[in-house]
Design a protein around this ligand. Structure first.
Ligand SMILES: [Zn+2]
Length: 129
């Protein structure tokens, strides 16, 4: 069973390029300071179009999560699908890599890591901090 990979679009390309460089960037509104994810053309808070790609700290917390019985890719580890709240305030659906998902809880600190899955795509992932 192969994993379906995201296809970078014009608006999301800078995001995927930053992940490939293992220096993830998301958009920050230069007018109100809101961080946005997924990529947007206008700020969801103030409708400004002045959005700048900005590196993130890589720190976040688990907002909600669910544990799938087994990951669909080449691993025996259970797959944790989580909504991560980045320190910057943006929310991101991702995976938490851990052999002990039972130790995770809402509010658990996580840090950003990367998993290269193809020449084009490196996925942002998280692990317990
Ligand atoms: Zn704004």
């Amino acid at each position: 069973m192969s994993r379906s990979l995201p296809t970078p679009s014009k608006i999301s390309l800078p995001f995927w390029e930053s992940c490939k460089a293992e220096n993830m960037q998301i958009q920050r509104c230069e007018d109100c300071g809101t961080y946005a994810f997924y990529p947007v053309y206008i700020c969801p808070e103030c409708a400004s179009r002045k959005l700048a790609w900005t590196p993130v700290s890589g720190r976040g917390t688990i907002h909600t999560f669910t544990i799938a019985a087994k990951s669909s890719f080449d691993s025996d580890e259970p797959l944790v699908v989580a909504l991560i709240e980045l320190e910057e305030g943006a929310m991101m659906v991702s995976n938490v890599k851990t052999a002990t998902p039972e130790t995770l809880s809402i509010g658990s600190p996580v840090r950003l890591t990367y998993e290269k899955v193809s020449d084009e795509i490196t996925l942002p992932m998280f692990e317990p901090a």
